[in-house]
Design a protein around this ligand. Structure first.
Ligand SMILES: NC(=O)C1=CN([C@@H]2O[C@H](COP(=O)(O)OP(=O)(O)OC[C@H]3O[C@@H](n4cnc5c(N)ncnc54)[C@H](OP(=O)(O)O)[C@@H]3O)[C@@H](O)[C@H]2O)C=CC1
Ligand SMILES: O=C(CO)[C@H](O)[C@H](O)COP(=O)(O)O
Length: 492
């Protein structure tokens, strides 16, 4: 029997079954996650700070499953089966702490609290340790897929203890997206591992979106293609190795007209990209880990630059652009070059993200299985893409792969694309089209493959001005040159 009506809260309370799971925070994500849980047969107790959201959920979707509406966290705790499981889907940051403090007062040792928001993994580690002292299992869970994914199957990245996953895992797996029958949900690792992986997912998301935006800009500026023509090109690309959710929605955005007029919607949207923070966190943490995520960093910086409206307006008046027009002999060949450059750059951005996950896993002793991460990103999440199956294969074949770039499949794919990639970056520079993503990822590729890097010169300079020492290619140890004296070398 489905408890769906709001006419009498009292009736609902007295007849309410003990719920399997609770969800507090019923905005975009929480509401759809609760519906997904209910549609999959779980009895879901729901709560929101502002009662109207709870009432709206029950009124509009109460018939989709068994919901138990509640009007306080204490009431939510009272209607849950023991040990209780509560998913918190509220705004990240201070609001999450507030809700966790309130929940800690009404829960008991052995209960499980899940934070499904976009929390910083350092906060998750802190919260896990605080709640552990009270005997409560705290599980930081990365959830990706946006509004539609939360309803129909997101990609789910849970951290926390293996014990908590034993209870929580089957529930989360039941609502996750499925690819070839495999749920896009796995126990990522302890404490903050799930939120760390979600953070890097979002960093990759930023890079992927930036690279697609650069492709659009180049084809539009250099070839003069219209948004409608470009929508067709992206639709075509979505049939091949670039097939992904982001390419699919690119075509959709470009094909859409302004509802207020006849021009393309993309031409009336303000060109200042916003960001909530997960991309920035990825780069901040990557700096601490010494993980060179240059493609992701350029994507974050490109959003920042776009938002500096006053600087851009001042510079537009003063800074000269190319004096000669770029002419492309064969537009179709150039479209193919951009497609190959996009694929190669994407491989680099994903490789950087996976390298960063490995670095985080080593530092925090999380033992994250990269093949499993690729597996759960194949469906449900924003960066879902056909080539993630290749990434899964690469890490399953060789879990200690030093970099995705040296997996035979990706090494071949990127090497085959490099000539196109170089042409695209050259044309962009000549045409004055900014391609920070394409350039940074190509530089990363060249940096990886070079026999000798100019880092040797940097080491020489460091030793000259600061006696920072250098190592030699032909002897063990560290050395210092007497730069201001007789230039003899001594072991440091
Ligand atoms: N939107 C998306 O596509 C995605 C979002 N996420 C993450 O999921 C979480 C939820 O996102 P979303 O659904 O967009 O909602 P929002 O991030 O917009 O948060 C709104 C919800 O938080 C509640 N809230 C805010 N402050 C408090 C507080 N002090 N005490 C209690 N409740 C509070 C609101 O309650 P009230 O109604 O009373 O204001 C409302 O339920 C966030 O952490 C977000 O980063 C993750 C993946 C995708
Ligand atoms: O988590 C998400 C998807 O996985 C959100 O959609 C993402 O946080 C959006 O980020 P931003 O607003 O910074 O572009």
């Amino acid at each position: 029997m489905t408890e769906t009506t709001t006419e009498s809260t009292e009736t609902t309370k007295t007849q309410a079954p003990l719920a399997d799971i609770g969800v507090t925070g019923l905005a975009t994500m929480g509401r759809n996650l609760a519906r997904n849980l209910a549609r999959n047969g779980h009895v879901v107790a729901v709560h929101n700070r502002t009662q109207a959201r709870t009432d709206a959920l029950i009124a509009e979707h109460g018939s989709e499953g068994t919901f138990v509406p509640t009007s306080s966290l204490r009431e939510l705790a009272a209607v849950l089966k023991r040990p209780r499981t509560v998913i918190v889907m509220v705004q990240a940051g201070a609001p999450t702490d507030e809700v966790l403090d309130q929940l800690a007062e009404v829960l008991e040792p052995g209960d499980i609290v899940v934070d499904g928001g976009n929390a910083h993994f350092i906060d998750t580690r802190r919260r896990e340790s605080t709640l552990r002292e009270r005997g409560i299992h705290f599980v930081g869970v990365g959830i990706s897929g946006g509004e539609e994914g939360a309803l129909n199957g997101p990609s789910i990245m849970p951290g926390g203890t293996p014990e908590a996953y034993q209870t929580l895992g089957p529930i989360l797996e039941s609502i996750a997206a499925k690819v070839d029958g495999t749920p896009c949900c796995t126990h990522v690792g302890p404490d903050g591992a799930g939120h760390f992986v979600k953070m890097v997912h979002n960093g990759i998301e930023y890079a992927d979106m930036q690279l697609i935006a650069e492709s659009y800009d180049l084809l539009r500026t250099v070839l003069g293609k219209t948004p409608a023509e470009l929508a067709e090109i992206f639709r075509g690309w979505n049939e091949g190795d670039l097939e992904s959710f982001l390419i699919e929605i690119t075509a959709e955005v470009l094909a859409t007209k302004d509802p207020r007029g006849d021009q393309p919607l993309v031409d009336v949207i303000l060109d200042q990209a916003e960001q909530k923070g997960t991309g920035r966190w990825t780069v901040q943490i990557a700096l601490d880990l010494g993980s060179p995520v240059s493609g992701i960093a350029e994507a974050v910086f490109a959003r920042s630059l776009s938002a500096h409206a006053a600087q851009r307006a001042a510079a537009r008046e003063l800074l000269a652009g190319p004096t000669e027009a770029v002419s492309i002999d064969d537009p179709d060949t150039f479209v193919g070059d951009v497609r190959r450059a996009l694929y190669a750059s994407k491989v680099v951005a994903y490789a950087q993200g996976f390298d960063m996950i490995r670095a985080g896993s080593q530092l925090y002793d999380w033992n994250i299985d990269l093949g499993k991460i690729a597996t759960i990103w194949r469906g449900g999440c924003i960066i879902r893409a056909r080539f993630l199956d290749r990434i899964r294969e690469a890490y399953e074949k060789r879990p200690d792969l030093p970099s995705l770039m040296v997996d035979p499949y990706f090494a071949k794919a990127v090497s085959e694309g490099q000539a196109s990639w170089r042409r695209v970056v050259s044309v962009a520079a000549a045409a004055g089209v900014p391609v920070p993503g394409f350039s940074a990822t190509l530089a990363f590729y060249d940096g990886l493959r070079r026999d000798r890097l100019p880092a040797a010169l940097i080491q020489g300079m460091r030793d000259l001005f600061g006696a920072h020492t250098y190592r030699r290619i032909d002897a063990d140890g560290t050395f210092h040159l007497d730069w201001s004296g007789d230039r003899s070398e001594r072991e440091a």
